[in-house]
Design a protein around this ligand. Structure first.
Ligand SMILES: C[S@@+](CC[C@H](N)C(=O)[O-])C[C@H]1O[C@@H](n2cnc3c(N)ncnc32)[C@H](O)[C@@H]1O
Length: 236
């Protein structure tokens, strides 16, 4: 890891802090429209498949979930803040029900009436493939960049365990000077994506764009680059 990244290495945001952000409506990361990079690369993710099972790690209330479900795909998300999950269903005019998840103490799952969207209200790391199965696609925006930097290897192993053989994992990462802002989101350089996934997966960079807005300048950073990667399992 470069010396520059060491400034964020030990930064920890605990689950209570995330719930507090939702309670205080400090959710500048939420986008009211479908993410442009997902929209522009959706054909690459689908690869001519229909009815794909998508996983959204750290889903928040991303409207992308409704967009994909409306196209006939199914979505499983995980989110620690119950408020985010409830807002997702209410703001998208979806009736929903909730039930306990016996395999995960304290967890609940919320589903729309068509059962095309299932959002688990629990810690990401309590999910396993025996609970949620494996996925044909993953949309990771605001997730790898939001988890605590020290947990990245654990995160990558979990994500790899949830990838079906034909999985197409679209990952958005952010890069800025971490000496100027302590995150989250945390800076993740492209080389680290290769270090985390390259042994088991093919990693292709699809996009790299300067997405700096005034709200990022207010953090103190002078540039923010968003990179999009397509990750697929290596065939053994
Ligand atoms: C930066 S936000 C991104 C949300 C969403 N992906 C989006 O793009 O709008 C990260 C989300 O992850 C949730 N979160 C953080 N750590 C989590 C964990 N360990 N398990 C489940 N959810 C978590 C937070 O409550 C927050 O809503």
């Amino acid at each position: 890891m470069s010396d520059m990244l060491k400034t964020q290495e030990d930064r920890v945001v605990d689950l209570k802090e995330w719930a507090q952000r939702w309670d205080e409506n400090r959710i500048g990361f939420h986008k009211p429209q479908v993410h442009e990079m997902l929209e522009s690369k959706i054909d690459k993710v689908l690869a001519e498949r229909t009815g794909v099972r998508f996983f959204f790690p750290l889903c928040g209330k991303a409207v992308d979930m409704k967009w994909l479900a409306d196209m006939g795909h199914s979505v499983v998300g995980v989110e620690i803040a119950e408020k985010a999950i409830q807002q997702f269903f209410v703001e998208n005019n979806l009736t929903y029900s909730e039930e306990a998840v016996p395999a995960i103490p304290g967890a609940k799952v919320f589903r729309n009436s068509e059962k095309s969207i299932s959002l688990y209200n629990c810690d990401l790391y309590s999910l396993t493939s025996s609970v949620v199965g494996q996925f044909g696609a993953i949309w990771d925006r605001g997730s790898l960049v939001a988890i605590n930097p020290r947990d990245r290897e654990k995160y990558a192993s979990l994500i790899i365990s949830l990838m079906a053989k034909d999985c197409r994992y679209l990952l958005s990462t952010l890069m800025y000077n971490p000496e100027l802002y302590d995150g989250p989101p945390f800076a993740v350089p492209g080389e680290q994506v290769h270090d985390l996934f390259g042994e088991r997966c093919n990693v292709e960079q699809l996009l790299s764009e300067n997405v700096t807005e005034d709200r990022h300048r207010a953090w103190g950073v002078n540039y923010l680059i968003e990179q999009l990667h397509l990750i697929t399992p290596k065939i053994c």
